[in-house]
Design a protein around this ligand. Structure first.
Ligand code: PGA
Length: 243
């Protein structure tokens, strides 16, 4: 049984005060959410302790938005797995298209981050996905397959989430059609060869499309950016309806 993971990625949004106000509205709205799904929020590093404190003894779990492969050292701007564990962080997002694009993150670096996360009992959420140009050139499957093969090398496959996030659908309001998202998630499952692999879809997920996406056979959760910034909308996504 694959237990879906519903994760909100706040990106560079939310001061501690804003996070506190958000949680006050959000937590009551997920009080009765069925426990057939994991609920996760990835705040910026600075708001982790606030969210950790407020979500203590609730169903909400924490993710970071990145993690380094070393325990400590001269790595300005980076955060180690041990620093995250201190804040009760359970998941960590690696390979998101934004650091891939803005900081030229390579699949090799992404793989090192994910391996170090697993060694420290964190669950990496490894993001993969093609750009619009790659899709138009008919290269989507080849690009995703390379990202999967290199990003997942030597990882423990039952302590892992893969997020299929077509770049052209991120923050654009243009969701990938649910059948196409499902087809790619199924391909990823076949390439990896593990039927139990948890595979999320991400890219303009919102209250209006969550039920349809979650009723696809190979989509085991979602990674949500914009629509996770409003507690009411992320609560509706968290409370998706099974068909
Ligand atoms: P979006 O972002 O939901 O705003 O499209 C998704 C993501 O970047 O993970």
């Amino acid at each position: 049984m694959r237990k879906p993971v519903i994760a909100g990625n706040w990106k560079m949004h939310m001061t501690c005060a804003e996070a506190r106000a958000y949680m006050e509205v959000f937590l009551p709205l997920i009080k009765n959410t069925p426990n057939d799904r994991h609920l996760v929020i990835a705040p910026p590093f600075t708001a982790l302790s606030t969210v950790a404190e407020m979500s203590h003894q609730t169903a909400l779990e924490l993710s970071s938005q990145n993690v380094h492969w070393e325990d400590h050292g001269a790595f300005t701007g980076e955060v180690s797995p041990k620093m995250l564990l201190e804040h009760n962080v359970r998941y960590t997002i690696v390979g998101h298209s934004e650091p891939r694009k803005y900081f030229s993150e390579s699949d090799e670096q992404i793989n090192r981050r994910a391996k170090s996360a697993q060694l420290n009992s964190l669950i990496p959420i490894v993001c993969v996905g093609e750009s619009n140009e790659q899709r138009e050139r008919g290269e989507a499957e080849r690009v995703i397959r390379r990202q999967v093969e290199q990003g997942l090398e030597d990882l423990i496959l039952d302590r892992l989430v893969v997020a299929y996030e077509p770049i052209w659908a991120i923050g654009t309001g243009k969701t990938c059609e649910s059948k196409e998202a499902n087809r790619i998630c199924n391909l990823i499952r076949q390439w990896v060869g593990t039927p139990d692999l948890i595979i999320q879809y991400g890219g303009s997920v919102k209250p209006e499309n969550i039920d349809e996406l979650m009723n696809m056979s190979d989509i085991d959760g979602v990674l949500v950016g914009g629509a996770s910034l409003k507690p009411e909308s992320f609560a509706r996504i968290s409370n998706y309806l099974n068909a």
